[in-house]
Design a protein around this ligand. Structure first.
Ligand code: AMP
Length: 351
């Protein structure tokens, strides 16, 4: 390509293509967004519906550096808020007492979270959890779990929820996760499930039953080892995928996350941060970003699952920068995009 005329003509064509396409894009006539940006409505004609299930709770948290008492937490709170940056509405299924702050519910509503499936029990107390982190912030001990309203929670799916295309069964009683599945009119395009050691210890049989019905399981490395009885995460992944889920995400805290499917494996790092204030909710926020991204893009290829893992990791990296859901408030598509770019830069290299 040494002919200067040819180069000039190629350049002209390239620039004129961009100039002509720009107004078309502005008017919404450009080719469909295969991978739309967070928060922007996709220009493809499809309805995306995400139902998120999990606890809406109060937490007491102790870290080696500080503590927070009775702050807003719960798997469903984190999942729905994270997912709301990708898809609206996020329809939640959960239960609280009448002690839960109205401002938080208003904030979630304003974010596009549909609270029709949130039961509010008069005179009862919301789920409460207390945890204490070790020095490295990677492991924690549960100090207290008070099921309160969750103890006899019977989820009732509002009519508008029953044809959900994407379902994120966040951490709570496996029986409740199953009850939600049973009320759907048809099988969603994707069912993802998150759980924790508490349910492996107290309701393993029910957990194994619901696992048979899900596509994706997200758990942390310690839980993967407990569930499978294997120390090697590769062996654990094999054992767990034989329990039902075709896809498995193993979260490894500040050491990132692994995605398994068939013979494929993908690793996403966690973003090194100057300060981690509180890791609580990082796993749920990951799940919300992951499911939200998939629901928004409607693409369940392994390549897009990888992207979903990165978006989930990016959302989790915000979560840990403050206590409770504070850092997840007021994000913008540009800020999320910028964070995702940092992940891309972090692992980009050539061989
Ligand atoms: P994560 O740090 O992502 O594992 O999630 C922590 C959140 O999960 C906290 O906000 C708790 O309220 C909630 N949580 C703790 N224990 C349980 C449990 N056994 N079932 C459901 N949610 C829980």
């Amino acid at each position: 390509m040494s002919n200067p005329k040819k180069i000039q003509s190629l350049r002209r064509n390239f620039f004129s293509y961009r100039i002509y396409l720009f107004p078309l894009k502005m008017a919404g006539y450009a080719r469909p967004d295969r991978h739309p940006r967070p928060g922007r409505p996709s220009n493809q004609d499809r309805t995306m519906s995400l139902v998120a299930v999990g606890t809406v709770a109060f937490d007491d948290i102790v870290t080696p550096f500080s503590r927070a008492e009775r702050v807003v937490g719960g798997a469903c709170t984190y999942i729905s808020l994270a997912a709301s940056y990708f898809v609206k509405p996020v329809r939640i299924v959960s239960v609280i007492g009448d002690d839960f702050p109205e401002e938080t519910l208003d904030y979630l509503r304003a974010q596009g979270v549909d609270l029709e499936g949130l039961q509010i029990k008069a005179g009862e107390k919301s789920f409460f959890w207390a945890g204490k982190y070790d020095r490295d912030l990677n492991s924690r001990d549960t100090l207290d779990t008070q099921l309160n309203v969750l103890a006899d929670f019977d989820p009732v799916l509002p009519e508008g929820y029953r044809d959900a295309e994407y379902l994120m069964l966040g951490n709570l009683t496996p029986q409740v996760q199953m009850r939600v599945l049973e009320q759907l009119k048809s099988r969603p395009k994707l069912v993802a499930l998150d759980t924790m050691n508490f349910w492996m210890d107290t309701a393993l049989d029910d957990l194994l039953k619901v696992l048979k019905k899900v596509d994706v399981l997200t758990i942390n490395d310690e839980e993967a080892r407990q569930l499978s009885g294997e120390h090697s995460l590769l062996k654990a992944a094999q054992v767990i995928r034989n329990m039902g889920p075709k896809y498995l995400v193993i979260k490894k805290g500040e050491h990132g996350a692994l995605l398994f499917h068939g013979d494929d494996m993908f690793f996403a790092p966690a973003l090194p941060l100057i300060e981690v204030i509180d890791p609580t909710g990082a796993g749920d926020t990951f799940a919300g970003g992951f499911a939200g991204w998939l629901a928004q893009s409607g693409d369940l290829s392994f390549d897009n699952m990888k992207r979903a893992v990165i978006y989930g990791s990016a959302m989790a990296s915000f979560c840990v920068e403050k206590f409770s859901i504070e850092r997840l408030k007021g994000l913008t598509p540009a800020v999320i995009r910028d964070r995702v770019q940092k992940f891309a830069d972090l692992v980009h290299f050539q061989i």
